[in-house]
Design a protein around this ligand. Structure first.
Ligand SMILES: Nc1ncnc2c1ncn2[C@@H]1O[C@H](COP(=O)(O)OP(=O)(O)OP(=O)(O)O)[C@@H](O)[C@H]1O
Ligand SMILES: [Mg+2]
Length: 234
């Protein structure tokens, strides 16, 4: 589904340049459930933002189902993302001036879906996530965990073929976290490809493959035993 070839990302800092991703070569197949792990600052969110087609300040090649994202302009990339990707952000990224229901409805607005069907789907999703009573509130009126649930609801409502989740349960009670992971497992069994970032071994156990990132380098990939810390790359 996805092929990254020699992806590199750096930021300009003062006079110099800081590298946050180095020579990332990664193939993700349809239907995989991949976990990215690594210390704080390793580059996990940076990698996820690239996969989500949100970032365009990188070098290398990104193939999405044979489409060259690296050769696309901003509009084409955004279009590709809207059609295929759901993203749960580490810091929620809800739109402050939209209500909970409007935030959740957002991905559906990109689809040609009749209004009544959309409303029904939003109602079902609010119900599923136990946030019906919050539907007319704004994000600033919610707790961190509630905002996280809204962010997850928004990411999955349009059944994306690729679900990216950055610490999706970081702010949730363990029971809620387990429910979310069970939801991910079900979506994955129905065909959704998932890439999650987590520090939790329990969450990682839901996936089928673990990738470790350290200082911007991919240092481990359970699908590729040849990738060892000694070489740092393929
Ligand atoms: N806008 C920016 N400008 C400069 N440096 C940045 C910027 N955004 C991220 N970085 C740097 O990129 C590196 C990787 O950050 P990233 O957010 O990808 O880490 P992470 O692995 O997701 O960490 P965490 O587990 O804490 O979420 C960090 O050293 C960070 O300082
Ligand atoms: Mg992060």
């Amino acid at each position: 589904m996805i092929q990254l070839k020699n992806i590199e990302r750096s930021y300009k800092t003062g006079a110099g340049q800081t590298w946050v991703l180095r020579r990332i070569n990664l193939e993700i197949r349809e239907g995989e459930f991949v976990t990215i792990m690594g210390p704080s600052g390793a580059g996990k969110s940076s990698l996820l933002n690239i996969l989500a087609l949100l970032d365009d300040q990188w070098l290398g090649e990104y193939w999405f189902r044979d489409e060259p994202a690296h050769a696309m302009n901003r509009k084409q990339r955004a279009e590709l993302a809207k059609r295929n990707v759901g993203m749960v952000f580490q810091s929620y990224h809800l739109l402050d001036d939209l209500t909970v229901a409007e935030n959740i409805d957002l991905p559906l607005s990109y689809k040609n879906m009749p209004r009544s069907e959309r409303q029904g789907l939003v109602a079902d999703t609010l119900d599923h996530f136990n946030i019906v009573g919050k539907k007319d509130l704004f994000p600033s009126q919610l707790s961190g965990g509630q905002q996280q649930l809204v962010g997850i609801a928004r990411a999955v409502i349009h059944k994306p073929s690729l679900l990216l989740a950055d610490e999706p349960t970081g702010n949730l009670h363990s029971t809620q976290a387990k429910e979310i992971m069970e939801l991910f497992r079900r979506l994955n069994s129905e065909g959704t490809t998932i890439v999650q970032v987590t520090h939790s071994d329990a969450n990682a156990a839901y996936g089928s493959r673990i990738i470790e990132v350290h200082d911007g380098w991919m240092t481990r990939d359970t699908s590729n035993p040849e990738l060892t810390p000694a070489t740092g790359q393929k």
